[in-house]
Design a protein around this ligand. Structure first.
Ligand code: GLN
Length: 552
C-alpha cells in the first residue's frame, strides 16, 4: 500500500482546533492498525518557534532529536503515542532558508529562483520526505493559518500540485471551518463556510470532507445546505461540537464517521477499531473521585498555552491517580517571602515552571522555600530546578549570594552557571542543549521509584547547569544529586533528604507524557500531592456529585 496523504486546512478563523482534529483523526487511524504521522506546516518566517516569546507563540515543544517546534506536535505525540522530529514541523522560514542556501551553492544552475516552482517544490519535498521514509501508511499534513491568508498561498498551491503528482486517489483534502450561531437570528449560519470553501476552490483545492466546528448540533437542513453549496457529499459534512475535554474529540469524530469516510475514500486496509484504553482514559478524566489543587508558579501564567505540555501531563497523571488536578496559576512576579503563604494557601503541591531571564526569580525562590520548609510536594522543572538549587544554596548552605549567572553574571557563588560549550555561542536559534540525553538514576531516590529503571532519557532545552565546581557544597548540606548525565557528568535531577517529595529536574519531563504512557515523575508528584491533600484535608470529593465532564 503506498503512503496516503491527508491535507488539513482551516477556514473562517484561527483557533478552531485544527491540531486536535488532526491528532484525533490520527488516533482513530492508529486504533485501526495504521501507521500514522502528522506534519505541521507553519506559514511564518521564523525558521522555528524557538526564538519566539511564549506570549506570541505559546510553548515551544522540543522533540527527541532536539528540534524546537510548534506546540501542536505535542498533541500529535500525546494522542498517537508516537515520536515526532524536525521533519514533522516545517516553517516558511525554513523553506526559504533551504532554498536560499541552495541558490548560494549554485544548485539552481543559473535559473531565476521563484515562489513557483522553487518554493512550492521545496514544500512538496518536505512533505514527501516523510511519506517516502516507508515508515507510514498515512501522513496527515496540517497547514497552519487560515485559507485566504497571503502567506498560506504557496502551501495551498504546493498541496494542489502534490495531489496532482501523487494521484488524487492517494490524497485527501479536509477543510476545518466554523458554522457560527447567531443568537439574534437564533440560527446557525453556513455562509462563512461557503466563502471559505470558495476561496480554497479558487486556489484549485476542492475539499473532500468538511469538518464544521459549531457550538450547536448541525441538523439535517444545515448539513444538506453545507453539502450542496460546498460541493461535498452529505456524509462528508462532519460536525465538531465543543467538547469538555480535547481527549473526547477522537470519540466524537468516530461517532460522526470521520475515520470511516477517510478510510473509504483512501481505500485503506484496516483492523477492527481498538479504542478500549482510550475510552477508559476519557472516563477517568471526566469522572475523577477527588480534586486537588496544585500551584503552577511561572511568569507566563496569564497565557496557559505557554505551559501546554505541563497542563496535559497533569491530565494524564491525574487520570492515573483517579484525581482531577486543578491548576492554581501563580504569577511569580507577585510572590514574595511575605505573601507566599497566602498566595499558596490550599495547594497540595507546588510546581515551579521552566523559563528564561531574571523576571520573577525571587518569587520562584520564595515558592521553593515555602514548599521545602512546609513539606509540601515540590516539582521544579528546568529553571524551576535551578531555583531550587539557588534557594538551597542561599538558605541551607549559607551562601547568601548564590545565584545563576543567567541573572547575575558576576555573582559570588555562581551555583548555576552557563555550560562551557554554550559560552561562545552568539546565535540564539537552535543553539541550546536540546533534545534527549541519558540520565543515570541513584538508588533510594524518588526518581528511581517513579521510573523503575536505572537509565532514562528525557528532553532538554537550556544553556545553564548546576556548577560542577561548587556542587560539593550542595551534597555536604543534604541535597542529593540523584540523576546524572553519564557522558558529561551534568546534574539532571536533585532531591532533598527529609522531605516527602522534593524533586527538581534539569530536563522537561512534560514533553514525553502521553495518554498511553503518562510521565512517571508527574504520576508520582500527583500521588504525593494527593497524599498531602488527604493528610491535610485539602481535597474535594467528587464521588457523589453529578458525573459532569471535567474541563481542562
Ligand atoms: N533559563 C534556564 C537555562 O537556560 C532554564 C531554561 C528552561 O527552563 N527551559 O538554563
Amino acid at each position: 500500500m503506498s503512503t496516503k496523504y491527508i491535507f488539513v486546512t482551516g477556514g473562517v478563523t484561527s483557533s478552531l482546533g485544527k491540531g486536535i482534529i488532526c491528532a484525533s483523526l490520527g488516533r482513530l487511524l492508529v486504533a485501526q492498525g495504521l501507521k500514522v504521522t502528522i506534519q505541521k506546516l507553519d506559514p511564518y518566517i521564523n525558521v522555528d518557534p524557538g526564538t519566539m516569546n511564549p506570549y506570541e507563540h505559546g510553548e515551544v515543544y522540543v522533540t527527541d532529536d532536539g528540534a524546537e517546534t510548534d506546540l501542536d506536535l505535542g498533541h500529535y505525540e500525546r494522542f498517537l503515542d508516537i515520536k515526532t522530529s524536525q521533519s514533522n514541523n516545517v516553517t516558511t522560514g525554513r523553506i526559504y532558508f533551504d532554498v536560499i542556501t541552495k541558490e548560494r551553492q549554485g544548485a539552481y544552475l543559473g535559473k531565476t529562483v521563484q515562489v513557483i516552482p522553487h518554493i512550492t517544490d521545496e514544500i512538496q519535498s518536505h512533505v514527501l520526505k516523510l511519506g517516502q521514509s516507508g515508515d507510514y501508511d498515512v501522513v496527515i499534513v496540517e497547514i497552519g493559518g487560515t485559507v485566504g491568508d497571503i502567506e498560506s498561498l504557496p502551501y495551498i498551491e504546493a498541496v494542489r500540485q502534490l495531489r496532482y503528482n501523487v494521484g488524487r486517489a492517494n490524497t485527501l483534502s479536509i477543510h476545518l471551518t466554523l458554522v457560527p450561531y447567531l443568537a439574534a437570528a437564533g440560527e446557525l449560519k453556513t455562509k462563512p463556510t461557503q466563502h471559505s470553501v470558495k476561496t480554497l476552490s479558487e486556489s484549485g483545492l476542492q475539499p473532500d470532507i468538511l469538518v464544521c466546528r459549531s457550538e450547536h448540533p448541525l441538523d439535517g437542513t444545515i448539513r444538506r445546505k453545507v453539502a450542496q453549496f460546498c460541493n461535498v457529499d452529505l456524509e462528508d459534512v462532519i460536525a465538531s461540537l465543543d467538547a469538555n475535554s480535547i481527549y473526547e474529540v477522537p470519540l466524537l469524530m468516530q461517532k460522526e464517521g470521520l475515520d470511516k469516510r477517510v478510510i473509504e475514500k483512501l481505500g485503506l486496509e484496516t483492523k477492527p477499531t481498538n479504542l478500549e484504553n482510550w475510552i477508559g482514559f476519557v472516563e477517568a478524566v471526566c469522572k475523577p473521585s477527588v480534586a486537588i489543587k496544585v500551584a503552577l508558579v511561572g511568569k507566563y501564567v496569564e497565557h496557559h498555552d505557554s505551559y501546554k505540555s505541563i497542563v496535559e501531563a497533569f491530565i494524564h497523571s491525574g487520570a492515573v491517580n483517579d484525581c482531577k488536578v486543578e491548576i492554581e496559576w501563580v504569577q511569580s512576579d507577585d510572590l514574595t517571602k511575605e505573601n507566599v503563604a497566602g498566595k499558596l494557601e490550599g495547594v497540595s503541591g507546588i510546581l515551579v515552571a521552566p523559563g528564561f531571564g531574571g523576571r520573577g526569580i525571587d518569587g520562584k525562590v520564595a515558592a521553593v522555600e515555602y514548599a521545602r520548609i512546609n513539606n509540601i510536594p515540590f516539582f521544579g522543572i528546568c529553571l524551576g530546578m535551578q531555583c531550587a538549587v539557588i534557594e538551597f544554596s542561599r538558605n541551607v548552605c549559607g551562601w547568601e549570594n548564590a545565584n545563576s549567572t543567567e541573572f547575575e553574571e558576576e555573582c559570588e557563588y555562581p551555583i548555576i552557571d552557563i555550560m562551557p560549550d554554550q559560552k561562545d555561542i552568539e546565535n540564539m536559534g537552535g543553539t541550546m542543549r536540546l533534545g534527549q540525553y541519558d540520565c543515570k538514576l541513584a538508588k533510594n531516590s524518588n526518581a528511581i521509584e517513579a521510573y523503575k529503571e536505572e537509565m532514562i532519557t528525557e528532553r532538554h532545552r537550556h544553556r545553564y547547569e548546576v556548577n560542577n565546581n561548587l556542587r560539593y557544597k550542595l551534597t555536604e548540606n543534604g541535597m542529593k544529586l540523584v540523576g546524572l548525565n553519564p557522558e558529561r557528568d551534568l546534574v539532571e535531577i536533585i532531591e532533598i533528604e527529609d522531605h516527602p517529595w522534593f524533586v527538581g529536574v534539569q530536563f522537561h519531563p512534560e514533553y514525553s507524557s502521553t495518554v498511553s504512557n503518562p510521565q512517571p515523575l508527574f504520576v508520582d508528584f500527583v500521588k504525593a500531592s494527593l497524599k498531602y491533600a488527604k493528610d491535610n484535608s485539602l481535597y474535594k470529593s467528587l464521588k457523589n456529585k453529578s458525573k459532569k465532564a471535567v474541563r481542562n
